[in-house]
Ligand binder design. Structure first.
Ligand SMILES: [Zn+2]
Length: 435
């Protein structure tokens, strides 16, 4: 493929208001979009690729995953051209980000947070840095920023003073912050202290029942008892402070039924390396009891109510998968999340925005990616059918374009399956040692 060409004969997605537009061509030169123009306005001798009535979207963005190298072909084959890694050991992730962000990389582009900052010594594995005091929190932020991470991720067992100190120090460096919270910090307190983004709806049930959370009650129990007054006050605050919500419905859905034997029927398991499958199996599936299901059923229901109100009131929701957490495959998991966002009440177009323009804003890469416009990178996904009518069509991927290079998903999937068939823990040890 020459480095200058045009995509013609398709419909181009120009955002929430304009939707899919026909009778336009996309002029690409090198890794950038030159223009979106009527075909007659293209240079006379330009090479054209006729996409035959297919629909062209910005490349998708997964805002929440824990990357490993084997994810790259699965992500690209699923139309994902940018990811944010939200928790990994520092040097492996800086190395991977440098490789994946190269112009010709066969991988999505990456934004990364480096290691999670957490307060639990028992959870001190490679993807965490331990913070026991506000001073340690500030020092960690300084050193992560000096190392070059893009954003700062706070984790579940930070005490409130350390949590505040990390937010404050990150703000001094003008760094965006995101958090997965638990009993010690609730969402209202966190966003009042300046947190920019909440993962997994964490801290939200706690914000509805702060005393019970501090007393140690499990979030699942608290989410089952929606306090509507407090919920709407929390949503008021989310709107007022312009907070992003990476709701990751998919991960709670998988957690709620992780012992369900039907997970092992999925044809996509051929893309899951044996060590990953072994890790999924090693978890608590034997606990898939009546009590377990009742507990999760109530929590899932409460969270569903909460998310319906987030959508209805226009809170800024973005799409993340948390792959490769239990039964979530990189790439495929984001499409499951899009379906779940639609199931919760979003229009398909709103779900697409959550994985494109909105996601690019939260990742602070909206000048480069997230929409189809002149001077943006030519990162695209070209699909059969109309996903703005039925989100399932977003998985009917014909080609993926990454920095102007047109990729066929089939060989990428073959590559992923070949790796999965031979991967051993010993030879291809999981870099993150995540779970
Ligand atoms: Zn995660």
């Amino acid at each position: 493929m020459s480095s200058e060409y045009a995509l013609t004969g398709g419909r181009i997605f120009l955002g929430k208001d304009q939707g899919l537009q026909s009778d336009l061509a996309l002029h690409i030169k090198g890794d950038k979009i030159v223009s979106v123009c009527p075909p007659a306005a293209l240079p006379a001798d330009i090479a054209c690729v006729d996409v035959q009535h297919r629909a062209i979207f910005p490349g998708l963005i997964d805002v929440h995953l824990h990357s490993e190298d084997w994810h790259a072909p699965l992500l690209l084959a699923n139309g994902i051209t940018t990811v944010r890694d939200v928790g990994c050991a520092l040097h492996p992730i800086l190395d991977r980000r440098a490789r994946w962000n190269q112009d010709d990389a066969l991988a999505p582009r990456m934004v990364c947070c480096g290691p999670l900052l957490d307060g639990n010594p028992a959870g001190h594995i490679k993807m965490l840095h331990l913070v026991r005091t506000p001073e340690e929190g500030r020092a960690e932020v300084d050193s992560l920023v000096a190392a070059g991470v893009d954003q700062i991720k706070l984790y579940a067992w930070l005490d409130w003073l350390s949590f505040q100190a990390i937010l404050d120090q990150a703000q001094q460096h003008h760094k965006f912050t995101l958090a997965h919270m638990m009993n010690l910090v609730d969402a209202t307190s966190a966003i009042n202290a300046g947190l920019n983004e909440i993962e997994h709806c964490s801290g939200c049930a706690e914000a509805m029942h702060p005393q019970r959370a501090l007393a140690g009650e499990a979030w699942r129990k608290l989410f089952a008892e929606i306090d509507y007054d407090r919920m709407h006050r929390l949503i008021d605050a989310l709107l007022e402070k312009d907070v992003w919500m990476a709701v990751t419905r998919i991960i709670w859905f998988k957690a709620s039924n992780e012992g369900d034997p039907r997970h092992w029927d999925s044809p996509n398991l051929r893309y899951a390396p044996r060590p990953t499958q072994d890790w999924w199996k090693s978890r608590k599936s034997e606990q898939y009891t009546r009590e377990f299901r009742l507990d999760w059923s109530r929590a899932w229901g409460g969270m569903q109510i909460f998310i319906a109100h987030l959508i209805e009131r226009g809170v800024k929701i973005i799409a993340g998968s948390d792959a490769p957490f239990i039964h979530v495959l990189p790439g495929f998991g984001l499409h499951e999340e899009l379906q779940l966002l639609v199931d919760a009440g979003m229009t398909p177009t709103e779900a697409i925005m959550a994985a494109t323009a909105s996601a690019s804003q939260a990742l602070q890469v909206d000048k480069q990616v997230g929409s189809i416009a002149p001077d943006k990178l030519a990162d695209l996904v070209i699909v059969d059918g109309d996903p703005t009518q039925d989100i399932r069509y977003m998985q009917r991927i014909w080609r993926v374009v990454r920095g102007g290079s047109i990729l066929d998903p089939a060989p990428l999937l073959d590559q992923a399956a070949a790796y999965a068939a031979t991967a051993q823990l010993g030879s291809e040890r999981r870099v993150n040692d995540i779970y």
